[in-house]
Design a protein. Structure first.
Lengths: 116, 107
């Protein structure tokens, strides 16, 4: 069974950093591209970033470019989202997803709240 | 960016009815279109990909159609477990973009 489990969410002050992790199991992690998608009640679902199978290609939405970094460790079956210079508008539930190129498996989500 | 305009925003239908949800892309996305179902408090789940291919394990009462810029999701014989919010998403081009969602309720 494909499983994606996010961790690392929480409450953080504006301007600070947070790192999300997504542990994958039930499939050959290194064979799949991965992505992060976030959701808020007001903006709905927003794609955040994607990474290729080997990690050599990464893609970001404009609003997080230069602040967020997606990465992966295929030996640990884990992908990451390093979030720096966080803003209140980054407050959301962040989902890890497998990209095939649609999103055919999702984690349960990690809540990130950016507030002083 | 490709804008995905989804309609209606909400929908109320009776058990056993057939419902349709529409998604209009701002440019041709060449059937690179997926539909997701999100039940309250849960993460989205893939229903349809490539506009009309049913994901493994999804009931056959769900179907997708369309091409170019116009796509639709059809749910036949509505069941109580279909209460959810449904989203379309294009994956033809970055940034990946989603429709705003259709909240489906039972009358």
């Amino acid at each position: 069974e494909v499983q994606l489990v996010e961790s690392g969410g929480g409450l953080v002050q504006p301007g600070r950093s947070l790192k999300l992790s997504c542990a994958a199991s039930g499939f050959t992690f290194s064979n799949y591209g991965m992505a992060w998608v976030r959701q808020t009640p007001t903006k709905g679902l927003e794609w955040v970033a994607s990474i290729s199978t080997g990690g050599g290609n990464t893609y970001y939405r404009d609003s997080v470019k230069g602040r967020f970094t997606i990465s992966r460790d295929n030996a640990k079956n884990t992908q990451y989202l390093q979030m720096d210079s966080l803003r209140s508008e980054d407050t959301a539930t962040y989902y890890c997803a497998r990209r095939t190129p649609f999103l055919d498996a999702w984690g349960q989500g990690a809540s990130v709240t950016v507030s002083s | 960016d490709i804008r995905m305009t989804q309609s209606p925003a909400s929908l109320s239908a009776s058990l056993g009815e057939t419902v349709n949800i529409e998604c209009l892309a701002s440019e041709d996305i060449y059937s690179d279109l997926a539909w997701y179902q999100q039940k309250p408090g849960k993460s989205p789940q893939l229903l349809i990909y490539n506009a009309n291919s049913l994901q493994n394990g999804v009931p056959s009462r769900f179907s997708g159609s369309g091409s170019g810029t116009q796509y639709s999701l059809k749910i036949n014989s509505l069941q109580s477990e279909d209460v959810a919010t449904y989203f379309c998403q294009q994956y033809n081009n970055y940034p990946l973009t989603f429709g705003s969602g259709t909240k489906l309720e039972i009358k």
